[in-house]
Ligand binder design. Structure first.
Ligand code: ZN
Length: 186
């Protein structure tokens, strides 16, 4: 089932998400729904807070980008209770977007490499290192679990210039073809 995407202004996007355990109810369904939602809105990553669940879970599937970057072929993963163990390498800029901040893209600076520990959908523990676009997607999604958004990482000036568009998004004034949840006016 395709779920509506919570957009900028929803408080769930600003909370630090909580760990889950193996007893978390209907986890398989949630993961399947998140993949469906991500594909329907043409994203390459989606974190649980973006569908209104404040839990430490995100998914990625960058295979649609494999045409341009063959190393991304088959990069499809479920990250449960992930912990970033370290980031290193040079800082580089990449134009990021987010399903919760539709139609806005901004250059964000991050390090090239990330080392992460996580459980997969079968509750097997992994420790892996990623670089380049893979690391970038993971860093972006992990931020969601910490209540951070990529617009927090742009310069104060750029952020100021974005304010009007961010406000419009939080009022639901955005022309996209996936369902969204935005704050109701009191
Ligand atoms: Zn995002």
């Amino acid at each position: 089932m395709v779920l509506p995407v919570y957009v900028y202004g929803m408080s769930v996007l600003r909370k630090r998400a909580l760990e889950i355990d193996e007893d978390y109810e209907n986890l398989d369904t949630l993961i399947a729904d998140m993949f469906e939602t991500m594909y329907a809105s043409e994203g390459v990553g989606l974190a649980a807070p973006q569908v209104g669940k404040s839990i430490r879970l995100f998914i990625v599937d960058a295979s649609p980008m494999a045409e341009d970057d063959p190393s991304l072929e088959g990069f499809k993963r479920v990250f449960i209770n992930p912990v970033i163990l370290g980031e290193h390498g040079e800082k580089w800029n990449f134009s990021e977007g987010c399903l919760s901040i539709p139609l806005i893209r901004e250059e964000v600076t991050r390090q090239t490499n990330v080392r992460i520990e996580y459980y997969d959908e079968n509750w097997e523990l992994h420790e892996e290192e990623f670089d380049g676009i893979k690391a970038r997607i993971i860093q972006h999604e992990y931020d969601h679990l910490e209540g951070r958004l990529f617009v927090d990482r742009v310069s104060p000036l750029r952020r100021k210039l974005l304010n009007g568009r961010l406000k419009a998004i939080s009022r639901g004034q955005v022309d996209i073809d996936y369902r969204i949840v935005y704050p109701k006016k009191a």
